[in-house]
Design a protein around this ligand. Sequence first.
Ligand SMILES: Cc1cc2nc3c(=O)[nH]c(=O)nc-3n(C[C@H](O)[C@H](O)[C@H](O)COP(=O)(O)OP(=O)(O)OC[C@H]3O[C@@H](n4cnc5c(N)ncnc54)[C@H](O)[C@@H]3O)c2cc1C
Ligand SMILES: Cc1cnn(-c2ccc(OCc3ccccc3)c(C(=O)O)c2)c1-c1ccc(Cl)c(F)c1
Length: 468
Amino acid sequence: MATTGQEIVIVGGGLVGALNACFLAQRGFKVSLYEMRADIRTQLHVKGRSINLALSRRGREALKMVGLEDMVVENGIPMHARMIHDLDGTRRPIPYGEKHQYIMSVDRKHLNEVLLNAAEQKGIKLLFEHKLIRCDFDRGMVIFERADESQVTVSCDLIIGCDGAFSAVRNQMMKRTRLDYQQEYIPHGYVELTIHPKQNQFAMEVNYLHIWPRNEFMMIALPNQDKTYTTTLFMPFKNFESLKTKDDIIEFFQKYFPDSIPLLEEENIKETMSSTPAQPLISIKCHPYHVGTKGLIMGDAAHAMVPFYGQGMNAGFEDCIVLDELMDEYKNDFTKVLPAYTEKRHVDATAICELAMYNYIEMRSSVNSKLFLLRKKLDNFLQKLFPKSWIPLYTMVSFTRTRYHQCIERRKTQDKIIRCLSYSIIPLVVGVTVIVTKRNEIGQYISDIPLNISQLKISLDRFIHRFL
Ligand SMILES: Cc1cc2nc3c(=O)[nH]c(=O)nc-3n(C[C@H](O)[C@H](O)[C@H](O)COP(=O)(O)OP(=O)(O)OC[C@H]3O[C@@H](n4cnc5c(N)ncnc54)[C@H](O)[C@@H]3O)c2cc1C
Ligand SMILES: Cc1cnn(-c2ccc(OCc3ccccc3)c(C(=O)O)c2)c1-c1ccc(Cl)c(F)c1
């Protein structure tokens, strides 16, 4: 593709920065990417982030647009259903939908390496151990501090901050424009544990997102290519702090996650839980995402969300599609593209941040395994009944590119339908139950109901049991 002659500096070589670089190089821009950490491709382990992630439709579409979907997907593990772990150890699968509707467990480090390699192959200059310390958005200049504490100043036509939730570019923007900003740490933190293979085989069913919903405490497990599962325990910090001894730790798991103990292995649980500090979870919303014609923030730098919808990376990847489409629409004219990007993306990014927080609050307060099952089976039941009009919220978010804010609007409509149904269905079910169970007493008042009571009772029980 012909070069535009314009130079773009991307700050942050994480998932969104590296992908964004590929999009922009593909458009013919001269792109340089500056990352404060060392090159992760030379590191064995990268700490401080979730080890694997759920990749869904939005993220895959973005990867596809830069020709990387197959390379990422071939290394991922499909998860076609949730596997809900009950307190008594019962496991119940609930499919995500049709055969083509699955999420993928992908390794974060591998994904970041694929993106960095692709960026390099597209002629992008990658500079590691360069930490952004200042931006001049009027003159298009950025100053980086290098590992030896020397500084380097770089001029460019556009600075894009993909430097994560604690973005330095966003902080610099705050000094230059009226940037509204809000953040919220939630009371929950998380610790990651590992389920190792048993006799060199996966210790649990593979193609599932394993979920242990325990209201205030939630645990999930996503499979890895090396037959381990990365298991994440979400719990309020006060609860982590209350586990003072290794006995406390095991007693806690025996009480809430008994079936996970043989999987995680008692010694590993004690070791990991006593030596790993719980990590915080933050939600960040801000506006605008641009300043002037030379500054923009994307990904977690613009909208960090709690991970209770598995959408943060997917949303950041979709940011790259939105920018690319606007570059097309306004022929790479940044004076038009940047305000249009804020205008278009803010409503959706805010929606998914709020949806993730809504999910967290709902799951934390009212979702145990029974209710999780009921909600999801009801969703799947209604979708079968009204395939055109009932699309479960999770399906819309994870398996379509319906704009996030439209997903919320549809959820509100569906909530109204559920309320109406419950006002009519529940009395109906109760009424039928009364008739069936009390028919002998009320029999003399009404003519014989042409009911085969036992059959109806069985089918009614089966109907109710299916949901519990
Ligand atoms: C526990 C957990 C589970 C998650 N699970 C999922 C999931 O299943 N699915 C999903 O879609 N999302 C998930 N996410 C969210 C996902 O991790 C983030 O949305 C994603 O990493 C955001 O990518 P990013 O590139 O915007 O930011 P980051 O990944 O934070 O990358 C920012 C980069 O910028 C660099 N940087 C920072 N400051 C500077 C500076 N001053 N100068 C230069 N470089 C700098 C950093 O070193 C980093 O490399 C999860 C998050 C957590 C915490
Ligand atoms: C990493 C990842 C990818 N997707 N999801 C996810 C999120 C929410 C879901 O339902 C919300 C709901 C269930 C029941 C009632 C209300 C809402 C479902 C689902 O429907 O399977 C899947 C997660 C995830 C992340 C953290 C926790 Cl704690 C968790 F449980 C799952």
